[in-house]
Design a protein around this ligand. Structure first.
Ligand SMILES: *[C@@H]1O[C@H](CO)[C@@H](O)[C@H](O)[C@H]1NC(C)=O
Ligand SMILES: *[C@@H]1O[C@H](CO)[C@@H](O)[C@H](O)[C@H]1NC(C)=O
Ligand SMILES: *[C@@H]1O[C@H](CO)[C@@H](O)[C@H](O)[C@H]1NC(C)=O
Ligand SMILES: *[C@@H]1O[C@H](CO)[C@@H](O)[C@H](O)[C@H]1NC(C)=O
Ligand SMILES: *[C@@H]1O[C@H](CO)[C@@H](O)[C@H](O)[C@H]1NC(C)=O
Ligand SMILES: [Cu+2]
Length: 597
């Protein structure tokens, strides 16, 4: 495929849109009406549900001779119910699982092994005529001609061929009755080579215009890549009981337990249902509202994923008034060279913090994980932000078994460190927010002044690195995510006289002509937190600032010897980069990316 999609793709998109617009009028947009009382979250007693450990699925198999071979999983998407709290009626959800009875929110944790492929057949069993939460056909959106729930799975942080990457236009409905214009997998399964450093990934729905809705309905889960040869000597807390995933998100509920999403758009003249950011008042960890976990007075490892649509979390852990430390051992998808100790950290949507906590630091009987980030983030200057609980740890003493785990001074120094000198090109990505129709409410968000459906403009060469200057001209902190490529943050600096610069950019979309360097000169430099200085796949793009990142279009391997991916990266539907506030991603804050040779 060249730089443009073949005409057939565009035609398919156009036909699908037209058919969909007709279908939508008939189907309506979800079942619940806007009335129906909202649940007052204060009515839910906190810390009454135990934190679940999601089912774990092995992404590999072991032969009789002890060799590791490719694993073959079938994971379905089911229209089912889930209990979010002891006192809430069961809630209708879309959930991943190996059967309808065992499907969970979040879905099963997939445990893959470095270098051993995992094949997953993702089966859409969602027979509903349409998603049950409000969606908005005034956005560019997946559009099955006969109805159904379009889904496609993206393994976030995964290095895989683009036909297994979950391109937003590669969606499919139940029984493959309808497929998106870039659906190319025939037959399934998806293949994840796992030829990447050990680390923390997650899988989630990525259907065009529906990502925020499908994830809100429950379609997300954790995925780990392990590498025993590299990890065993670290001696971190290990094993199912001591090494836990915590998947955090926020939701609103109605009194009858139904998930609530406001179906009145902020700018309904343009988008009847789309709202720019979803925030819920109930904090949910591993599918339970404000759960508790019994722990022993020793070290634990928590891989904390922010799976909120738009909420940032600033997390602290306190016991008897004193803060416990987090020892960060990894970020999104790669171990850090050395651990970084913090007492609080900020987690943007889709960011992952991999931390070790030592409950022996306190003599107290419990510890509380809390969040005090404003929503939306960063909030107004001087805004008073409430500290809210996330979950509680009940620390027990009975077990006298000594803690032999540790947090070593060096973790994985054998992976190459970011080096800006290797960049072969510089690219600019500008984030714009537009308002229309005489209101101050946003109507759409563009990257580089282009819509998602405009022809691809980012065509990096395989085997190279590039510097990207990400210019944020909106009022929000947008977590940027690239598929396939890891990146490292080189620096972040505020723009001076940003209004003048923004006005010029909105007219010309040309950072040089608008004097970006002059606007940056003397601008405030922002310190990148130490635990975020390694390779990442999401980073927070500060408003009114330019964030410079080094993007790597080649695999990350210990000896840095590989410049080619273990598959043909130039074929298939291609990749995307986008804002990971799902409500923004669904409204054009996403662009295609084709890798060339
Ligand atoms: C999984 O599928 C692959 C490819 O079809 C095959 O080579 C492998 O043996 C299968 N693994 C198991 C455990 O059946
Ligand atoms: C839903 O959104 C509309 C438009 O922003 C707002 O006027 C209304 O108060 C919201 N409803 C609730 C229950 O928050
Ligand atoms: C502007 O908003 C009004 C009222 O909400 C609506 O009737 C009109 O169609 C909108 N115009 C455009 C161009 O969207
Ligand atoms: C989760 O991510 C969202 C979106 O980036 C962000 O607003 C929220 O603060 C994050 N929450 C945490 C706990 O980091
Ligand atoms: C983007 O810029 C706006 C102002 O132009 C700012 O308010 C917002 O916080 C920025 N977002 C990030 C992630 O820096
Ligand atoms: Cu993603």
């Amino acid at each position: 495929m060249g730089e443009r999609w073949p005409p057939a793709c565009w035609l398919a998109v156009a036909i699908a849109m037209v058919v969909f617009l007709q279908a939508a009028a008939v189907l309506g947009r979800g079942e619940e009406s806007d009335d129906g009382a909202l649940l007052d979250p204060r009515e839910l007693e906190k810390f009454v549900d135990e934190l679940p450990d999601m089912p774990r699925l092995r992404g590999y198999a072991v032969t009789d001779g002890g060799a590791l071979i490719a694993g073959n999983l079938t994971i379905g998407m089911y229209d089912t119910t889930w209990k979010f709290h002891r006192d809430l009626p069961a809630t209708r959800v879309f959930a991943y699982g190996t059967s309808k009875e065992t499907a969970t929110v979040p879905g099963p944790t997939i445990e893959a092994m470095r270098g051993v492929p995992t094949h997953v057949t993702w089966a859409n069993h969602l027979h509903a005529p349409h998603p049950f939460l409000p969606w908005d056909d005034s956005l560019t959106t997946a559009a099955p001609p006969g109805g159904g729930v379009p889904t496609v799975v993206h393994l976030h942080g995964g290095v895989q061929h683009s036909s297994s990457d979950g391109h937003s236009l590669a969606w499919f409905t139940s029984g493959l009755a309808a497929t998106g214009p870039l659906f190319s997998l025939s037959p399934p399964p998806y293949t994840y080579p796992n030829r990447q450093p050990p680390g923390n990934l997650w899988y989630h729905d990525h259907a065009m215009g529906l990502t925020r809705v499908n994830i809100l309905a429950g379609l997300m889960g954790a995925y780990r890549v392990a590498s025993p040869a590299e990890e065993a000597s670290l001696n971190l807390p290990a094993g199912d009981a001591l090494d836990r995933n915590l998947v955090l998100f926020d939701r609103d509920f109605r009194a009858d337990g139904a998930l609530y999403m406001n179906r009145t758009g902020n700018n309904p003249g343009v988008h009847p249902h789309w709202q720019p950011e979803y925030f819920g008042a109930v904090l949910v960890v591993n599918g339970k509202a404000w759960p508790y976990l019994r722990v022993r007075r020793r070290r634990y490892r928590f891989r904390i994923l922010n799976a909120s649509n738009a909420r940032f979390f600033r997390l602290r852990l306190s016991a008897a008034g004193a803060g416990l430390r987090f020892a960060h051992v990894a970020s999104d998808s790669v171990y850090l060279p050395r651990p970084v100790s913090t007492r609080a950290f900020l987690l943007a949507p889709s960011e992952i913090a991999d931390v070790v906590v030592d409950f022996a630091e306190t003599a107290a009987g419990s510890a509380l994980l809390t969040d005090d980030a404003p929503a939306p983030y960063p909030g107004d200057p001087g805004e008073r932000v409430e500290t809210v609980p996330v979950m509680k740890f009940l620390i027990e003493d009975e077990d006298a078994e000594p803690d032999t785990s540790s947090v070593p001074a060096a973790l994985m120094p054998h992976y190459p460190r970011p080096d800006a000198r290797e960049a072969a090109a510089t690219r600019r990505v500008t984030m714009y927010e537009y308002t229309r129709n005489g209101t101050d409410e946003p109507t759409h968000l563009y990257l580089n002044a282009r819509s998602y459906m405009d022809p691809v403009t980012e065509t990096p060469r395989e085997g190279t690195s590039e510097v990207w200057d990400v210019i944020n001209l909106t009022d929000d902190n947008h977590p940027l995510h690239l598929h396939l490529a890891l990146f490292a943050v080189l620096g972040q600096r505020s723009l001076r006289r940003v209004d003048e610069f923004r006005d010029c950019m909105k007219r010309r979309d040309d950072a040089d002509a608008c004097g970006m360097e002059q606007h940056l000169a003397g601008g405030r430099r922002h310190v990148v937190p130490r635990q975020e200085r390694g390779w990442k796949n999401v980073f927070k793009m500060r408003p009114s600032a330019v964030t410079r990142i080094l993007v790597r279009f080649k695999p990350l391997s210990p000896d840095d010897g590989e410049s080619r991916f273990p598959f043909d990266v130039t074929t298939g539907p291609g990749y995307v980069y986008h804002c990971h506030i799902l409500d923004h991603e669904d409204n054009e804050m996403m662009r295609p990316m084709k890798i060339v040779r």
